[in-house]
Design a protein around this ligand. Structure first.
Ligand SMILES: CC(C)(COP(=O)(O)OP(=O)(O)OC[C@H]1O[C@@H](n2cnc3c(N)ncnc32)[C@H](O)[C@@H]1OP(=O)(O)O)[C@@H](O)C(=O)NCCC(=O)NCCS
Length: 119
């Protein structure tokens, strides 16, 4: 769960945006939307990355960085997760596959839930 207000301070800085989000994630932010909607969209990605990092069991430790968890829009508008580098290794070590997330935002709050299959 994330408070929009907390994210707002981070999202002001282009340097932080670039640190947190891949070019494709930033490129998929809704074109022509208000700055508030773009921030809401990115806050959802931020919360989703945190939720996935928890499913991996490590959080952002052991070489997992924000770009290793990419959350893009699928063709119906839902979030789709791709793991790379450290995040992918953590998933393999923990025998996790098929990680999916949901994102919801309501007023000042953004919530994301992630789940993965373990074998
Ligand atoms: C998807 C839906 C349940 C979202 O509910 P909502 O009350 O409008 O909004 P919420 O805040 O709970 O959820 C919004 C998030 O749902 C996610 N979402 C959108 N479409 C989704 C889908 N088809 N499947 C799963 N998640 C979806 C997105 O992550 C979205 O946030 P984001 O655009 O900032 O990433 C609802 O809008 C719906 O059924 N829409 C029909 C499909 C649709 O219109 N798709 C639009 C793209 S063509």
């Amino acid at each position: 769960m994330l408070l929009r207000e907390r994210f707002h301070r981070l999202a002001q800085h282009p340097r932080y945006r670039a640190l947190l989000f891949t070019e494709d994630e930033l490129g998929q932010a809704p074109a022509g939307a208000s700055p508030q909607r773009v921030e809401e969209y990115l806050a959802g990605r931020f919360a989703a990355k945190e939720a996935v990092a928890k499913v991996l069991g490590t959080g952002f430790l052991r070489g997992i960085v924000w770009h290793d968890i990419e959350v893009l829009r699928d063709r119906l508008g839902g979030p789709s997760v791709t793991l790379r580098k450290g995040a992918r290794r953590a998933a393999e070590e923990n025998r996790l596959s098929d990680i999916s997330v949901s994102i919801t935002h309501q007023g000042p709050v953004v919530v994301s839930v992630a789940a993965g299959l373990s074998s």
